[in-house]
Every structure is written in structure tokens, then in C-alpha cells.
Write a protein that binds this ligand. Structure first.
Ligand SMILES: Cc1cc2nc3c(=O)[nH]c(=O)nc-3n(C[C@H](O)[C@H](O)[C@H](O)COP(=O)(O)OP(=O)(O)OC[C@H]3O[C@@H](n4cnc5c(N)ncnc54)[C@H](O)[C@@H]3O)c2cc1C
Length: 287
């Protein structure tokens, strides 16, 4: 099997990976009309170290379990942050879990972004919608070690200005950490002074040394496909281009096969994979 991104930097669950650990919601913040961030602490006091890009299986008792990426700071494993969009039964129960609610967490699972492999060069983050949440830990990692990187760009596309996530972070990353934050929206009302258009158009504008760039992409699959093509056209090497893939996931440990993509189980071989692995899979329909 081809080497996958993140294989070297992943953290593993403590104990039995099928047994959820109790976590208590400490803070509950509404980010946009359909998205909330939960800050959780372990009820058993044991931290959950994780690598940027990994996910957990979050369980709302009585409603079910869903894979959700960790959106918090890898340097602060004492708290676990998740940013969740309310799309169905499980995510509805999770976003309505207020402070004091106990949730079950399994993980962390999957591969990480391995952003530190980009030290010495430029880093381009390309995010679409809630795809900014899985990238946030990697951006925080770069900001904490900013001098080790060249130019850092965050290209972010949201549906409307009201759907823009982490506004305070975006301002802080730009002001305090010299991150070139470029935001575009699909639909901007008259009050919106920023860009309107696809996030892939921001890739074409450049501002990075493609040959020496690590590019990390997360968003809806169609957006990732076109962003990857644009990054390739600019000269980013397929092995330096990483995407986080979403598929139906149940077990988290590569046993049940729900997330199989040809020979890969995305819960263990992914969700972060390099484009040299993904390109032949993404260009085939129905995989
Ligand atoms: C590795 C991984 C990481 C993820 N990280 C996050 C995260 O950080 N935050 C987050 O909010 N979600 C994330 N997801 C997606 C999340 O797991 C699903 O939205 C969730 O499982 C839906 O469960 P549900 O029971 O609420 O909705 P369901 O009843 O399963 O679905 C309700 C409706 O929403 C649609 N739907 C399901 N999933 C999605 C989706 N991803 N996007 C759009 N529509 C969808 C379904 O087709 C259906 O029409 C991640 C998924 C994976 C595989």
C-alpha cells in the first residue's frame, strides 16, 4: 500500500477503541446559524492527545454516533474542541448538548495533516465551509511555530458572510501571525465588501512558491477536486498536497468497511491522504 500522509504523527486511543470515554461539555458556542463549537473535558481526568487532522467518534447518548474532526489546539490536549454542523439526527443532538451534558467519545482516530513536514517552505491552507474546522488545529500549530515557515496563506470560501467560521481567529491569525487570510463567499449581500466567487480562484492568484509549498485542503469533495487541480496546475507536487476525505464511518478502526475507498479504509488510512494516492480515486465516478 502507498504511504499515507499523517501515518507517522497520529495519536492512538487509550484502552479499548470501541468503548466511549465520558466527556463533559464545558462550553457551547453558536458559530453560525447551523454550526456550534463544543469544548469538552474528560470526566475521568485523562487527557486525549491528538494530531491535527484526526477525528473522534462522538456519541450523544440515545441519538447515536458520528465522526467529527477535532478543531482545537493540539498543544492543549486537556480540552477537546469539536465544531459541528447540524445536518441530521446525531449532529442535532450534539449541537444541542449544553454545558454539563455528558457525551461519549472514542478516538482519536485516523491520520493527521503532518503540517510540520512543511517547515522551511510555504504553507497553503484551502478550506471550504466547515472544512475550516479540521484545518484549525494545523493552522494553530503553524502559528505556534511561525518562524519555521515561509509564507502562510489561508484561502477560505464560505456560502455567505454569515457562514464564515472563526472570525476572531481569522483576524488574529492575520494580525499576529502574518497569515495571509483571503476569504471569499458564494453569495454576498450589499453590505459585504469582500470577494465573491469560488475559493479555487484564490489559488490561481498565487502568492506562494509552488515548488516549495505544502498544501492542505478540506471542504466539500467537489471543491477539493477543483482546488487540487488548481494547486497542481500552479506546480504543487502531488505528494505535498493533502486532502481530508469524508465517507460514512462506523467503527473507526478499519474493521467494518463502511468507509472503504478501493483498497483504503478512510478511518485508518485517512481521513488525510496525499493527492498522489487520491488522484486516481477521485477521477473515477461512484468510488
Ligand atoms: C472523518 C470525518 C470528519 C468529519 N468532521 C466533521 C466536523 O468536524 N464537523 C461536522 O459538522 N461534520 C463532520 N463530519 C461529517 C459528520 O460526520 C456528518 O455530518 C454526520 O455523520 C451526519 O450525521 P447525522 O446523523 O447528524 O445526519 P444523517 O442523518 O446521517 O444525515 C442527514 C442528512 O445530511 C446529509 N449529510 C450527512 N453527512 C453530511 C455532510 N458531511 N455534509 C453535508 N450533508 C451531510 C445526509 O446525506 C442526509 O441528507 C465528518 C465526517 C467524517 C467522515
Amino acid at each position: 500500500m502507498t504511504a499515507v500522509a499523517g501515518a507517522g504523527s497520529r495519536a492512538a486511543p487509550r484502552g479499548d477503541p470501541f468503548v466511549p470515554r465520558p466527556f463533559v461539555v464545558r462550553r457551547h458556542r453558536q458559530d453560525t446559524r447551523d454550526t456550534w463549537t463544543l469544548v469538552l473535558e474528560p470526566a475521568d481526568g485523562a487527557t486525549m492527545p491528538f494530531a491535527a487532522g484526526q477525528f473522534t467518534m462522538m456519541q450523544a447518548f440515545g441519538a447515536g454516533e458520528a465522526p467529527i474532526s477535532i478543531s482545537g489546539d493540539p498543544a492543549r490536549p486537556e480540552v477537546l474542541e469539536h465544531t459541528i454542523r447540524n445536518v441530521g439526527a446525531v449532529t442535532r443532538a450534539l449541537v444541542h448538548a449544553g454545558p454539563g451534558t455528558e457525551l461519549g467519545i472514542r478516538g482519536p482516530f485516523g491520520t493527521g495533516w503532518e503540517v510540520s513536514s512543511g517547515r522551511g517552505g510555504d504553507v497553503v491552507f484551502v478550506a471550504g465551509g466547515i472544512g475550516l474546522a479540521p484545518l484549525r488545529p494545523a493552522i494553530l500549530e503553524v502559528c505556534a511555530d511561525r518562524a519555521s515557515y515561509g509564507r502562510v496563506l489561508l484561502l477560505y470560501g464560505a456560502r455567505t458572510p454569515e457562514d464564515i467560521l472563526f472570525g476572531d481567529d481569522l483576524r488574529r491569525w492575520a494580525a499576529d501571525h502574518a497569515v495571509d487570510v483571503q476569504v471569499t463567499v458564494d453569495n454576498g449581500q450589499h453590505a459585504w465588501q469582500g470577494r465573491v466567487g469560488l475559493v479555487t480562484q484564490l489559488v490561481d492568484r498565487g502568492g506562494f512558491d509552488a515548488v516549495n509549498t505544502l498544501a492542505l485542503v478540506c471542504g466539500p469533495e467537489v471543491m477539493m477536486r477543483y482546488a487540487a487541480m488548481a494547486l497542481r496546475a500552479r506546480g504543487v507536487a502531488p505528494a505535498r498536497l493533502r486532502l481530508s476525505m469524508e465517507r460514512n464511518m462506523k467503527c473507526g478502526v478499519g474493521l467494518c468497511g463502511h468507509c472503504q475507498l478501493r483498497e483504503y479504509f478512510l478511518c485508518v488510512d485517512g481521513p488525510v491522504l496525499t493527492y498522489d494516492v487520491l488522484e486516481p480515486l477521485m477521477s473515477r465516478a461512484e468510488l
